[in-house]
Design a protein around this ligand. Structure first.
Ligand SMILES: [Zn+2]
Length: 458
């Protein structure tokens, strides 16, 4: 399949080249021009017979014009069709395994995931409509299951009965959840995400004010998470002010400075524009950095020292600190992550992650299903994949470590320990192996002291 990609790319390039509507547009324009011209001559002429003559004369050219346009469009559609065929050849339709629909039993959870995804993407209206309709559906299902006639379902065998009961039972409890989500949670979440979007928009235009304001208001919660967001934002504000000489010139970028917390934009200092930026940064540091002194003193000293190199930061040892090429983008991503985590949500949309991981796993799933079918065996572990799926590192969560000795997953109370030889055991296993303060590694087997073993943090 992948072997066909270069060929497909070539075909796609040909489509982009050939399937253009330029000639069709030009030909339509020329028809319009002819019609306009005819209208003007009729309007200008006084003789009513002249009008019908003009119209008669117009017939053939217009008819030809339409034919030309049709031919133009035919050529475009032919190229598109050919590419469609090439796509079909390269990606033959494979029937997807659909007999086991795990999702079916949790319609409300699925709806919730979809609604949340829409909220996260900023499609607030779509999300609201979706949730209203999902709620209507849920109440319909609830009514149906409350209907005693419907519960009198039976006769088709025990197994099917059980499945039906599970499905309706599931949707009953799920629908309750969905209703709660729609009415209370969603409005709240929508407000929060609207705030997030407006702050991200401001960060994009280099206006850090609202982001700093939010992080200051939530500074306790952020600190509890060990987040440096507030300091990082203030740091970038400082750097941006210090560099403001170069972007004072562009009206776009200067917005950031207007909205900045620090009002004295140094115009009263009577220096060049360049030192204005530096003194604004200095003033900002004086007013704002004190609160971070305990945690970030070294960094603050570094930033302050950089001001000494005001005239040629670019060639100073501080050049990398003042590099802001991706700084706003990076901070926007960090901001989203922290904002979502304070809401108890992951930074990435779970629906997006699940769908992407599912797509990556799909070829293997199809292969696996094919293999089990041909061997007439069945996939018994329904809630678990029967094969490994190689997912990118960004989709690996909660690194875990299972002790090779005790076969138990390590915990905060029983953390993984790295022995001097490089092997890793759970702390409990290590203590059990040890004789006094010494132990012998069960794998190499090197001798070591317990105090030389180091705890590993994931
Ligand atoms: Zn070892």
């Amino acid at each position: 399949m992948a072997d066909n990609m270069p060929m497909l790319r070539k075909d796609l390039a040909a489509v982009a080249r050939k399937a253009r509507l330029t000639s069709a547009v030009n030909d339509v324009d020329s028809i319009i021009a002819q019609l306009l011209e005819a209208r003007e001559s009729i309007a200008a002429g006084r003789d009513p017979h002249a009008a019908s003559l003009i119209l008669t004369k117009l017939q053939n050219p217009i008819k030809e014009g339409f034919e030309t346009v049709n031919n133009d469009l035919k050529a475009v559609s032919k190229t598109q069709k050919e590419f469609g065929k090439a796509l079909d050849r390269s990606f033959p339709i494979t029937p997807l395994p659909t007999e086991y629909d795990v999702m079916q039993k949790h319609p409300a959870l699925i709806n919730r995931a979809i609604a949340m995804h829409l909220l996260r993407e900023g499609h607030f209206d779509v999300s609201r409509v979706f949730m209203d309709e999902a709620r209507d559906m849920a109440s319909m299902i609830t009514n149906v299951t409350a209907d005693p006639d419907h519960n009198g379902y039976g006769g088709d065998g025990d197994h099917e009965d059980e499945d039906a009961a599970m499905a309706t039972g599931g949707s009953l409890s799920d629908s309750h959840e969905a209703a709660n989500f729609t009415q209370v949670e969603s409005k709240n979440l929508q407000d929060k995400f609207q705030r997030l979007y407006s702050i991200l928009q401001d960060i994009k235009t280099h206006n850090l004010g609202p982001a700093i304001e939010w992080s200051r208001a939530n500074s306790d919660a952020l600190e509890e998470r060990g987040s440096n967001l507030e300091f990082e934002l203030c740091k970038l504000q400082f750097i941006w002010l210090a560099k403001s000489r170069s972007h004072d010139l562009s009206p776009d970028d200067s917005e950031g400075e207007e909205d900045d917390d620090d009002g004295r934009n140094a115009s009263g200092f009577g220096m060049s524009q360049f030192s204005n930026g530096m003194s604004a940064a200095f003033g900002y540091a004086r007013d704002n950095f004190d609160r971070f002194r305990e945690r970030h003193l070294a960094e603050i000293e570094r930033l302050s020292a950089a001001l000494v190199f005001a005239s040629n930061i670019g060639e100073s040892p501080y050049a990398t600190v003042f590099e802001t090429a991706t700084a706003f983008e990076d901070l926007a991503a960090a901001f989203t992550r922290e904002f979502c985590s304070l809401l108890g949500l992951s930074a990435e949309s779970p629906l997006y992650v699940a769908a992407t991981a599912g797509t990556i796993a799909l070829p293997r799933l199809i292969k696996f299903i094919g293999a089990t079918r041909s061997q007439r065996t069945e996939w018994t572990t329904a809630s678990e994949m029967a094969f490994e799926t190689p997912l990118p590192a960004s989709m690996t969560y909660h690194s875990i470590f299972v002790c090779p000795v005790s076969k138990e997953q390590t915990t905060r109370e029983n953390p993984p320990m790295r022995l001097p030889c490089g092997h890793v055991l759970a702390n409990d296993s290590l203590r059990n192996l040890a004789k006094g303060t010494k132990f012998k590694c069960p794998y190499c087997p090197a001798d070591g002291q317990i105090r030389d073993a180091q705890q590993i943090y994931f």
